[in-house]
Design a binder for this molecule. Structure first.
Ligand code: ATP
Ligand code: MG
Length: 430
């Protein structure tokens, strides 16, 4: 029988890779906590209409990337392709947004039916951040400070920030018309999809991946001339804050984001080290979305980062901390029965935080010592027939051949291990 495999573009993350993910997630959690962001946990499935209404009908995501299905009640549901829509839905539903400032973050798998390639998967993971209730550019700058701090904490290099403003819907309306007129002049060079979207969503053409359309887009007029005074002030304000913080950026007037809901600030953090899939974090302001989803008008801004791309950058740039083995591997030749389990539990009770692996399944002394070594454990604690008879255990360093092995009473084992492990880790908390 043919073995069942995972779905194309949906990957297992195996134990030997998980430490990189945990390192990234820990850094993220710590930094977001330091800025007062609160975690919110959201469902992976929502009504399809939520995404159609927020992301926009004429977008890649809604037109061709969503996993949409009818559930047994006949409701049309989709696996979430991104987290902002669900976060806003939850905020409105639970009355968390009106007249309040909220700083949220979330994490989890997202689903898009795209062509799988390096850095592009059908199930991928994001950490997203959303701030509600702050209209000014100060919070835009704060979000960029959060990301800057994260890259620094992770030791990531060569990430650049591209920034743009999409103005207010009113200024965009004028721009739309200029853009349509411009693309109409170059109809002959546009691909079919671009032609189809031209009148509905001309901004989308600006980040077309079709080479000839992209060439036309590169010469397209920019929004800058259509910016109204408010939009200009917001953008100038943000630039001033970033300069004061020493956060470098380039203004890319052609940066538009893939979703319809953005207003004012949009940005991307990009690397050239991951090939075509170089955007590791992207976001922007979406002042109209809460109202569009049935809440009261609330300014908002957020970003999402692609964890697979960050993990791959961490590995490429060798910015991953070493994996350490357990503190202790408990070697139990001669099958001491429950005594081994009991001793292991006692040690875990007496030394909170101790990482101890018990040899299960028997085996000779030699094979158990081999296994101990393979786990990368710092110590083998050996409980052989003689030790059992005498109520002792034998402690042997697996890393430091100079360190003498020592027989101790089981009652003194925790104190001895505490002293040895503390000495070696320079007082790691336990
Ligand atoms: P791209 O231009 O790469 O398709 P996007 O604009 O569709 O990105 P967003 O919706 O802004 O992406 O998602 C935010 C981040 O999530 C991206 O910058 C990227 O790091 C990550 N991401 C998006 N789609 C995928 C995917 N299919 N596989 C892996 N990561 C992804
Ligand atoms: Mg995409």
């Amino acid at each position: 029988m043919k073995a069942i495999q995972s779905i194309r573009g949906m990957h297992d993350i195996l134990p030997d890779a998980v430490h990189v993910w945990q390192h990234l997630e820990r850094c993220l959690r710590d930094i977001l906590g330091a800025y007062g962001y609160q975690e919110i946990r959201l469902p992976a499935v929502e009504f399809t209409e939520l995404f159609a209404r927020s992301i926009g009908d004429v977008t890649d995501i809604v037109e061709k990337e969503m996993y949409t299905f009818q559930d047994r009640n006949g409701d049309l549901l989709s696996l979430r392709p991104e987290g902002t829509a669900g976060c806003v839905r939850a905020g409105v539903e639970h009355g968390l947004l009106h007249n309040q400032v909220q700083r949220f973050w979330y994490q989890g798998p997202m689903f898009r039916h795209e062509r799988p390639q390096k850095g592009r998967y059908r199930q991928f993971h994001q950490v997203g951040v959303e701030v509600f209730g702050v209209p000014g550019p100060d919070v835009d700058a704060e979000l960029l400070a959060v990301t800057t701090r994260l890259w620094r904490a992770l030791g990531l290099r060569n990430l650049r920030l591209e920034l743009n403003t999409l103005g207010t819907p009113a200024s965009r309306q004028q721009y739309r018309e200029r853009l349509i007129a411009y693309f109409e002049e170059h109809r002959a060079a546009l691909d079919a999809e671009a032609l189809r979207r031209l009148h509905e969503n001309p901004l989308r053409l600006l980040d077309s991946k079709h080479p000839e359309t992209a060439a036309v887009a590169r010469e397209a007029p920019t929004l800058l001339d259509d910016l109204d005074a408010d939009s200009r002030a917001h953008f100038d304000g943000l630039r001033g804050h970033l300069d004061a913080l020493g956060i470098e950026y380039t203004h890319n007037p052609r940066l538009v984001r893939g979703l319809d809901y953005y207003t004012h600030t949009v940005f991307e953090w990009i690397t050239d080290e991951l090939g075509a899939q170089g955007t590791v974090c992207a976001g922007g302001r979406y002042d109209g979305l809460v109202e569009q989803l049935g809440g009261r008008a609330t300014p908002a801004i957020g970003f999402a980062m692609g964890l697979e791309r960050l993990v791959s950058l961490l590995l490429d740039q060798a910015a991953v901390p070493e994996v350490t083995g357990p503190d202790v591997y408990l070697v139990v030749p001669g099958d001491p029965g429950p005594q081994a389990l009991v001793l292991a539990e006692r040690l875990r009770d007496e030394l909170p935080g101790l990482q101890l692996v018990l040899n299960c399944g028997g085996g000779s002394m030699k094979s158990q010592m081999k296994k101990a070594d393979r786990t990368g454990a710092r110590y083998a604690v050996i409980l052989g027939a003689e030790e059992i008879a005498q109520g002792t255990a034998l402690v042997k360093s697996l890393r430091d051949t100079e360190e003498a092995q020592l027989t101790v009473a089981q009652a003194d084992l925790a104190a001895l291990m505490r002293a040895r492990l503390e000495r070696q880790s320079g007082g790691r908390d336990r």
